[in-house]
Structure formats: C-alpha cells, structure tokens
Design a protein around this ligand. Sequence first.
Ligand SMILES: *Cc1c(COP(=O)(O)O)cnc(C)c1O
Length: 394
Amino acid sequence: MVAGKDDAATALIHHGYTPPGGFAAVQPPVHKASTVIFANTQALHARQWKDKTGYTYGLHGTPTTFTLEERIATLEGGLQTLLLPSGLAAIALVDMALLRAGDEVLIPDNAYGPNKELARGELARWGIAHRFYDAMAPASLAAALSPATKLVWLEAAGSVTMEFPDLPALIRLVRAHGALIALDNTWGAGIAFNAFEIEPGLGVDISVHALTKYPSGGADVMMGSATTRDEQLHLQLKATHMRMGWGVGGNDAELLLRSLPTLPLRYHAQDAVGRQLAAWWGGRPEITQVLHPALAGSPGHDAWQRLCSASAGLFSVVLDARYSAAQVHAFVDALRLFKIGYSWAGPVSLVVPYQLSAMRAWPAWTGTLVRFSVGLEAVTDLIGDCEQALSVLG
Ligand SMILES: *Cc1c(COP(=O)(O)O)cnc(C)c1O
C-alpha cells in the first residue's frame, strides 16, 4: 500500500504476521534478547551479523523489531525501514551513512533545530560542510546547490514556523542536480502525504520519522526510523546502522506496535481539534498571525492544499509586538491544560514559546511566537484554557 491514503488504518491492522501454530492473538509477541542461541558452530559461522538477514544478536534485530520495521515501511509507502533509538539518531544515521569529508549538505533554515546543530557540530568537525536554504524560495535552494552537494534535507511543514514548502519544485531542482534527498517526515507521519510519491513518479529517497511523535502517541517512547524504496540505498544506511550499534529494545518496539493501529484515528482527531483551535486564535486581537498550513493565509497554504490530505495537530501564533516576551511567558505560565514541554502527538496538549529572531534567517521575524500541540482533550476545554490565560495580557 501507499501512505497518505484512507486505507492506512486497514493496512496497519491487517498486516502480514504469522503467529505460532495454535495461537492467534491480535498483537505480535515481544521478543527480547541480547544473546541469540545458535544450534551449532556451523550455524554460528553461517550467519552474518553484518546484513540482518538472520538473527545473530539482539542489537541487530529480533522478530519484534523486524515486524515493526515492516509496518513502518508500510505506513510510509517505502520498502525497507531501519529503527533507531530516537528521531534525531535517524537524522544522524542519514548524514553519517551518506556524507564524507569535502561533501556539503543543504538543510532548510526552518528545519528541526537539532538537525542544524548536528551539521554545525559533528559534521563540521568531520570536514562536512553545510548550508541553510529558504525552503519557501526554490531559488534559494537552486543557488545553494554546488558540485559538493551530496545530500539535501527537506522538512514539511517547517519546524515551529509551520511553512509548507513546494516539495515537488524543491525535489525537481535536486533531481536535476543529482544529489540524494532526505525528508524529515515526522509532521506528515505517513498520513498527510506520501513522501515517496508526492506527485506521480516524484518523491524523496529517504524518509526519516520521529516515531516518538505520532506512531507512539503516548509521550513515553523515544524511537526513530529511516525508510527507503531503493535496495542499494537501504544497504548503505544499514551498513552504518549496524556498525554504529543503533538498536532498539523489545519493550519499546512493543509499545509502538500497540499504538500503530490507532495512528490514523489519532492523527485525524488531533488534526480536527488543531484546526478548530487555530481558527479560534485567528479571531483574537492579541495575535498578528496564526501559522497552520491548513489555514488560508498561512505561509505555504497553497502547497499544503495541493499536496496534503490532512495536517498534524500543531500550530503556532505570533503575538502582537506590543506584548513583551515576559508578558507572553506569563500567558504561557497561566495555561492549565496546555503543559510546557517539547514534543507532540501525545495525549496531553503542549505549549512552548519561542523568540523567532534567534532562530531564523528568513524572513525577518519579530515578536514572540507560541507553538501549540493539541493532545486528546475536548476542544471546548482547550479554547477555555487559552481564553482564561489570555486574561493575564490585560
Ligand atoms: C521530535 C522530532 C525529531 C526528533 O525526534 P526525537 O525522537 O525526539 O529525537 C526530529 N524531527 C522532528 C520534526 C521532530 O518533531
């Protein structure tokens, strides 16, 4: 199946898994191991830890993690998936597997912050250059591409500022250049659009997903994935994955397998509440802009409308410049249902204030932004919470 379609739920629930004879539970069992036992020395020597084709050692895969890998590949519309201990580790895997000294990687200015920090830190130290581009201006990407460019990151929607880029335009530019394309697909989660088929015959090479967010849905598991459709590229990622020892535990994999069947329901439920809440904020006099790609007037709304069938339950508002950062922080502190904390897609609604001038080169943002992630509470309660907290702004 391909992702971004209404049948995602059915495909995730009715997924190939053969239970042991005579036992047919709904969920697959949890296999946990460091040691995997071999029948004899011949079996020990015949099995290669380097290719994951069989079970050799807990770090390199169990029936539980292999099943989860297959389901994430299904969700994303890819063919192969590797699991990592966090979404950030999945980003690091792609950089480490595909780049060498002298190469350059291009990253959107509005990318997930730690992706940029990795480029500024380890990649720079290893002689790998980076450049940030404005994802909302394809000309900015065109100008940044050079013979040294080997990898281009995409992210849709952008982190915190939520701009939705014209992904096909960006992908065509990189394809003409010949570099590889990796997408941070955490926001779309395999539901909003199909990363490998954004338009017929046009997609990314690698989709990275912070499974910590929607696939978990519980705010209690850290995990990431890197999904591909090309066998050679998968093997390249897998070699680095195995040499780095980035395995995941059976209990964490179990929690993901438990949550996946409800992912489409949760995604659409949080989408609906996010849009209602964002629309409510749009009528408030305290703000100058709501940043939500599904709302007309938000940056990239046209591209979102053309490419997406849904939206994550995330949005930001830019407070009017007449309010100081301290006043905005007092508003955030006054919220009761929205808890202050990073991440999203869990049951509890979350909020984080950001000072935009410190984060972005384009455009020249001013004022304080507040990013909301809706949980699973009733929308009337969430609106009521925002309303009571706004009273501190006077
Ligand atoms: C959370 C997040 C990550 C990192 O995932 P972790 O599992 O928290 O390391 C990467 N990209 C995006 C867009 C995210 O929201």
